[in-house]
Design a binder for this molecule. Structure first.
Ligand SMILES: *Cc1c(COP(=O)(O)O)cnc(C)c1O
Length: 713
């Protein structure tokens, strides 16, 4: 961070000479100098180069307007205005919150000015560095030698072994030096919430609009368990979104809770629609409590917000309506909602406290922000018992946390602050909008077919598009509630031909898995693949080149598909999986083959039914797990699942939500769940390379999926 932009010179001797001197003096201070040609150029430069750490400019020429514009980009960036004796300073400079310093054009003053610029630059870097990260940087810089863990001793142990040296050189010295022991007192403690760690938590809470925040070092999988272990005593009843992450099933396996499922809708495309409003009402919950063995009025609720396909709830409605003491929004996929106005009222932490309720929000900082894998946050609003909560926190937290990981959570927060943070999120939104319009344009210009996007007809403005009831049928949800759910623009679902939004199957189609494989072989990884849809996330790491290569991948697919290339040439990796099978096959044959199979199974209808009637709960997930631990389990072929108590959760990827929970039985009424699983198996049986990943079911050498069930007494 050592680049300073200089606006000038101006072709006037008395101004040019001092600037030339300053140039030399700043270089001696280790700065690199660049000269933008005008203010537009300068602003673009600042926007695209976060390493710029100062701007020198002529006050008479640019004055306050330029300062305001720079401010919108980065309000902390130091600005150095050069004035002459006649410059007017009557503007209310001091009332504006900006880092602005004045210098006079004078010869032989450069060394002094450069020294001060160095000082102000250091102050700037200090201002933008959050507390724990700063303490860690300082600690590493001081190079103290410790006699404690980790055993690699700031990397030195690695350098005593050839393979260790390879590892050291790959990760670099600072990564290893920053991996320090919990015994370093000046960094405080993650588990006791002291020192810079406490400061980091407070800093993060302020940034995310929470009252309290906890940094979690083992993903939102762990955050979800921590919240659950605190919020629901053993034996109590909780409401759980049926489309939950598997970590919540694990919570239910760890502690004996009675789950009452909140049932989301799903459209024929397989897109998860979220839980309809009627599910949150008192009458509905009373009815479910009455129907569920051992259930009482729930003490807690967990809702996945956003859904896996990027639908956000009107959280205000849920907070007000749902009559339980605490509500947990699992927002693993949307850690950015506090940083753009379009997400207002759609996140756990938005709005004020809700009288008598505790609101939790868990986020995977690593999923869409810049943090290391496993980085996660718990945010809380409302009165809770900190000591008890911390027991649950410590129960799940290592006593040797990785400090680089913890610092990465804090830095992710720091990146979102102020105008620079707003701009970062806004850029993702704009990039996604641009991409959406490009695909729309290509579709309109295309003579025959092109990919479609799951979105309203007009996507001009940055907004979250409502899944509105009535005429608008772009979303394909029947009976949608008004003001309830909204599509996040940065979650882009691309539709392949073959199925309409209302679930009518066309004669021909291109199953999305083919496109996903094609893109994958070109280095574009799809987040989630449905039968005829692909999900892409426009996170802050997606730049223009990545968006372009996705677009190019799609157009290339179309071209190759229309030319009906051989699988061997178009999808070499797939071909390699079974060269005999794919020897002379062409892409259209493959696409139509899978499409027919899906059509035969009547997938749209099957999916709707599979998620309509839930399997029956014979025992709680915890009880089922205890049976498993005692060894009362056996393995059966997946077709024999009907009528048997499942020992595990069964969860096909995608979409990655459990369809059978431990302790549940697929009965005649819920037979569609099994049919759905069998259909997924069948595609893989017919087409090598298209096997579905089903967690909780093992694919044997013989091509048969097997599951674990409880032994029958
Ligand atoms: C990914 C995910 C989690 C788990 O987060 P990790 O950080 O991977 O542990 C929890 N809930 C939802 C909804 C998720 O998508």
């Amino acid at each position: 961070m050592n680049t300073i932009a200089i606006m000038g010179p101006h072709g006037v001797f008395y101004k040019d000479e001092p600037i030339k001197e300053l140039h030399r003096a700043l270089e001696l201070q280790g700065f690199q100098l660049i000269y933008p040609t005008n203010s537009t150029d300068l602003l673009k430069l600042i926007e695209h180069n976060p390493r710029i750490c100062g701007v020198v400019f002529d006050w008479d020429e640019y004055s306050l307007d330029l300062c305001s514009e720079i401010n919108l980009l980065n309000e902390d960036l130091p600005l150095y205005a050069f004035i002459n004796t006649h410059s007017s300073l009557n503007v209310s400079v001091n009332e504006m919150r900006m880092a602005l310093w004045f210098f006079e054009y004078a010869l032989s003053a450069a060394d002094d000015i450069a020294l001060r610029i160095r000082q102000y630059t250091d102050e700037y870097l200090d201002t933008i560095t959050p507390p724990l990260t700063k303490a860690l940087f300082t600690y590493v810089k001081e190079g103290k030698y410790t006699f404690c863990t980790p055993g690699h001793m700031a990397g030195t142990a690695y350098q005593k072994s050839p393979v260790g040296c390879l590892f050291y050189d790959f990760f670099g010295g600072n990564t290893l030096k920053a991996d320090v022991s919990i015994s370093v007192t000046e960094l405080g403690s993650l588990l006791d919430h002291t020192g810079p760690h406490l400061e980091a938590e407070e800093y993060i809470a302020r940034t995310f609009g929470a009252e309290q925040s906890y940094m979690v070092t083992n993903g939102t999988s762990t955050s979800n368990k921590i919240v659950g272990m605190y919020a629901a005593p053993s034996g109590s009843t909780i409401l759980v979104d049926r489309n939950c992450h598997k970590s919540l099933t694990h919570l239910l396996m760890m502690t004996n809770l009675v789950p009452i499922w909140l049932k989301p809708t799903r459209n024929a495309l397989g897109i998860l629609g979220g839980i309809p409003q009627r599910e949150f009402t008192r009458e509905n919950i009373e009815k479910k409590v009455a129907e569920t063995p051992n259930a009482q009025w729930p003490v807690h609720a967990v809702i996945t917000n956003s859904t896996y396909d990027g639908l956000l709830y009107n959280t205000d409605f849920i907070k007000k309506t749902l009559d339980v003491p605490s509500i947990h929004f699992d927002s693993a996929w949307v850690p950015y909602t506090n940083f753009h106005p379009i997400y207002q009222g759609k996140s756990g932490m938005s709005g004020d406290r809700v009288q008598g309720k505790i609101i939790y929000e868990t986020q995977s900082t690593h999923k869409l922000l810049a943090a290391f894998s496993q980085a996660s946050l718990i945010h809380i609003k409302g009165d809770y018992d900190e000591d008890t909560f911390n027991e649950a926190y410590m129960m799940h937290t290592t006593t040797s946390p990785s400090y680089p990981l913890v610092a990465s959570i804090e830095t992710a927060a720091a990146m979102l602050r102020g105008n620079t943070g707003k701009r970062l999120i806004n850029r993702s939104v704009e990039r996604a909008l641009h991409f959406r319009r490009e695909v729309q344009r290509l579709r309109e210009e295309s003579e025959d077919w092109f990919f479609d996007i799951w979105q309203p007809d007009h996507v001009d403005e940055a907004e979250c598009w409502p899944i509105a009831p009535g005429e608008e049928d772009w979303h394909g949800f029947r009976d949608a509630d008004a003001d309830h759910m909204y599509l996040d623009p940065i979650k882009v679902t691309i539709l392949t031909p073959g199925m309409s939004e209302l679930g009518e199957m066309a004669d021909e189609g291109i199953p999305a898995a083919l496109v996903a494989k094609f893109l994958d072989e070109r280095g574009v990884v799809v987040e989630k693949t449905g039968p005829y849809n692909l999900l892409f996330l426009f996170s802050i790491g997606i730049d223009k080149t990545k968006a372009l290569s996705l677009l190019r991948g799609l157009t290339e697919f179309k071209r190759s598909y229309d030319l009906n290339l051989r699988v061997k040439n178009m999808l070499p990796d797939l071909y390699a999986e079974d060269p005999d099978f794919y020897r002379n096959m062409r892409i259209q044959t493959l696409a139509q083959g899978i499409h027919k199979l899906i059509k035969q199974h009547n997938l749209p209808d099957l999916m709707l039914r599979a998620f309509d009637v839930l399997p029956e709960m014979r025992m709680t997930p915890h009880e089922a797990y205890q049976q498993q631990v005692k060894g009362n389990v056996e393995t059966v072929e997946i077709e024999e699942l009907l009528g048997r108590v499942s020992a595990n959760m069964i969860l096909p990827y995608p979409p990655g939500v459990p369809v059978v929970m431990p302790g549940e039985v697929i009965t005649k009424e819920s037979r569609a769940v099994l049919d759905f699983l069998l259909m997924l198996c069948s595609v893989g049986e017919h087409y090598p390379g298209f096997e579905t990943d089903i967690h909780g079911a093992k694919l044997g050498e013989d091509g048969v999926y097997r599951v674990r069930v409880l032994k029958e007494a």
